[in-house]
Each structure stands twice: as structure tokens, then as C-alpha cells.
Design a protein around this ligand. Sequence first.
Ligand code: SF4
Ligand code: SF4
Length: 527
Amino acid sequence: MSRVDKSMSLAGGPPVAMKTGQKIGTLLGLFGLGILTLATFNVSLPNQGLWLSLALLSIGVGILVYSKSLYKDTLPGIKNHGVWLKSISNRGFWAWVAGISLTGFYIVLYFFAELLGQGSGGAENTGLIGLFDPLSYALKGQPASQWFVYGTLYTLAILAFGIKFIWKYRHNTYEKIRTGSVMFFQTVFAFLIPEIMARLNGDLPYYDLKNVWPLNYYLFDQWNVDALLINGSFGLTLLIWGIASILVITPILTYRYGKRWYCSWVCGCGGLAETAGDSFRQLSDKSRMAWRVERWVVHSVLVFAVVTTTGVIHSYLGDGSKYWFSQSTFLISVGVVLTLIFGLIWKYKRHELKKDARYGAIGYLVIILALIGLHFSSTTNTLLLFQTHEVRSTYGFLIGSVFSGVIGTGFYPIFGNRVWCRMGCPMAAILGLQQRLFSKFRITTNGGQCISCGNCSTYCEMGIDVRAYAQKGANIVRASCVGCGICSAVCPRGVLKLENADTKGRINSKDVLLGNDVDLMALVNQK
Ligand code: SF4
Ligand code: SF4
């Protein structure tokens, strides 16, 4: 007899007790985590390679067994039954336990790695980091570091939860392909290639080929540029690749496909959010206040990134004898490029910007130009009253570590899975501006079919009120939309469609298309 649940309820039933497979999966995962915990507390584990393999396999297989058991007797289609009734996915007790534990782990990993056994001054690794030594030697021929441990667990999470995600959304080809894509880019580009490059050439700095500035905030730091340049043509090629990614590849792909090509198909932060963070996407704040805060914070981070990077490059360029650019030429170029971009946006797109966005844009331009002007007239390596490198390392600490790592990931169960992408990622800010102003991407809505169930808004991880657009029949053209496609996947009426098409008429927010209010054929013919 079929055990498939044929209920047609849109809300799903109440949460049911865990099945045997889910319990076995949970126990396997806890067993793997238990091994890592024992290692953290320096319990001696002979044959570290074996114990590490056992730990990673138990965690990975545990997630797969749990997921298979969860979805195997279900019809293809979204399964979000009971998310608001479970403690872990509704900011209950277990959500806080998970959030605080993850955040605590991140804080120790980022700032107190010696507590995890990181050896310093030539001493051997011990504890958790020592447990990862065999894998690190096998891949790059060097002992593990806190970042190697982080990268391995991060990749494992994306792979195992990625398979869970694919099972859950198995009726949707777009979701399956893009999840395969983030799993590939994380494993190959962020994990394997940099480690193997380090094995082949120990002088090369860690380089994740898909990490584009300003997400890769140290790309233009002097130590990184010098380390690339001393590696001859290969290092120079990597540097040129980094610059081409910013100036050529990113604008072209964003114009054609919107920011989704990066945020939902390539980026590791997005990859973790979509896979490991999928159970928390409904927690994103949908309020208008959150939208306001989001715009100001994320664009302020972008301004901060531009100013600090400009300052850092300026501080080591000198008079042009060492690098191609002198300090003066560089600053003038930055000023001219920023003014040009701003001028073009103002001339051709200002009618598409809301009032506060216009004032914000003017404010940002004034700040950037003022800072550059101040810096230009300064004789020391200062940015306002601060040492440039201090400002840069504060930026790296606050944005690169505290926000993206600790709060952005550790607090998935409290703030939702994309809080970093919404509020803190300067790359998302740049891509978002372009997506809003110069891109073919939009989500079209067939408003006449919408039954206002609100699934789309509930599961939009970026806090966009998708239903409001669907009810009007308006295209969704939002800077923050990462094109994850979940709104479309969870819509029971097939109202939403992610498209790349002609830019003309892309923003149609004034169209109101509400069922019987409009003669649909007359409207279509008129268009
Ligand atoms: S609007 Fe849809 S595609 Fe865009 S971020 Fe929200 S759920 Fe994803
Ligand atoms: S667009 Fe689809 S998911 Fe969103 S409210 Fe309408 S019917 Fe529901």
C-alpha cells in the first residue's frame, strides 16, 4: 500500500514524530560531532586520519540518511510542513541553542584558534586542528590551520545539505541545477584548487578564483599583491583575473542574468545559506523598517569598502617607480570613474530611483570624493585621522569576520539564512545596484492567477514581499533579489517566472492587474 501523503492542504499538517531513519541520521551526525568535540578537548585519538574520516563520514552520511528518510515517502513538491511549529525553525529554544553554539564556535575559530589546538611558532597542532592535519598534508603538504578546518567543514555542509536540498526541491529543475552549481564551485574553486595550488607553489597566497572584490577584501592589500607578483606570470595572471572579474566578467554576467549568476549559482556564502540555511529562510524580516535598514547598511558597507580599498592601494603605490600607477594618477582615476558612473546613473536612471535613494546616492558620492580629496591632500598614509591600514584591518575584522562569519552564519536560526547577503555583503550591494538599473533579469507575475496564499513572501529569504507584486501583476525588479527562485518554486499557482529579456518595460510597477477589474485582452492588445 502506498504510504504517500495525499493531503491537499496548502498549510500541511502538524509536525509528526521523527521516523526511524531520521533518528538514525541524527545519531550518526551526533557521533561525528562527538568525535570532533573529543578532539577539541584534546582527548588523544590515535590514528587521526581514521578518526577524522569517521567523523566527517558520520556527519555527511547522517545528514543524508536523515534527509532520505524525511522525503522518501513524499510526492515531489515543496515540503515545509510545520516549520512554524518546530522549535528549531521558529526561533524557539533549540534555535537559540543552535545559534549560540554556532556563534561560539565561530568566535573561537576566528579569534582564539589556539584553543582549538593551532600550533604557533613552529609548534605542532593539537586538538581539533591537529585532527585535520592528515587531510591537510594529503591535499597541500602542510599542517592544517583554522582556515583549513573551516573550509573543510564549510564544504562538507554545502555538499551534504546540498543533496538534502535537491531531494526536497526535486520537482524543480532550476533548483537542482543551481544547487549542483554551488556545490561544484565550493568544492572545486574554493576548496580543492587553492589547496592544490598551495601544494604546487607554497609561495602563492590562498586564492579562491570565484571570490571577487569587494567580497575578497584583501585582494588589493600590499602583501597579497606582492605575493602574487613575485610568482611571475602565473601570479600576474591571477591578479589580472581578479581585476577582470570586477570590471568585465561581473558587469556582463549581471547584465545578462541579474545577480543570481553569482549570489545563487557561484558564491560560497550564498551556497551555505541556500543549503545548510534552507530550513531558516522563512525567518527573514519582511518589515518595511528592515528594508530601510538593509538599504542603508549594505550601501554604507560598500562605501566603506571602496574608501578603505582606495586608501590601502594609495598607501603603497608611492611615486610610480615600483608599480605602474603613481598615487596621484590612481586617486584621480578613482575620482573620475566614480563621478562618471554616478553622472550616467543620474542622467539616465534617476527617475527609477526613489527619493531617499537619490539623496543617499548623492551623499555617498560626496563622502567618497571628500575622503579621496582629504587623502590626496595628505602627506602621510592616513585616511581622515586614522592610519589607512588600521582602517582596513578594522574593516576586515568587522565586516569580513564578525558580520559575515559570526553573525551572518552563526545566527541563521534567529535572523534567517541571508542576513549577511541582505545587510552586509558589499558584493551584493554592487550587483544589486546593477541588477536594479542595468540588467535583463526580472521575475514576471501572472497576477490573475494569484490566490494570495503568501507562500512566496513567507519563503523569500531576502524579505521581499513577493505577494504584493504578484497581486498587482507587476514585475519584480529588486536590487536585493538573489534569484534563488524559491518564491516561484513554492507558488501553488505557477504565478512567478524568473526571466531574462529585453530591458524595455522591465519595471512596470504602475500596472495594476487585479482579476475582474481589468479587461485582460484589451490590456494585452494595448501593449
Ligand atoms: S524574490 Fe524570489 S527569487 Fe528573489 S530572493 Fe526572494 S524568493 Fe528568491
Ligand atoms: S504568487 Fe503564488 S505563492 Fe505568492 S501569494 Fe500568489 S499564489 Fe501564493
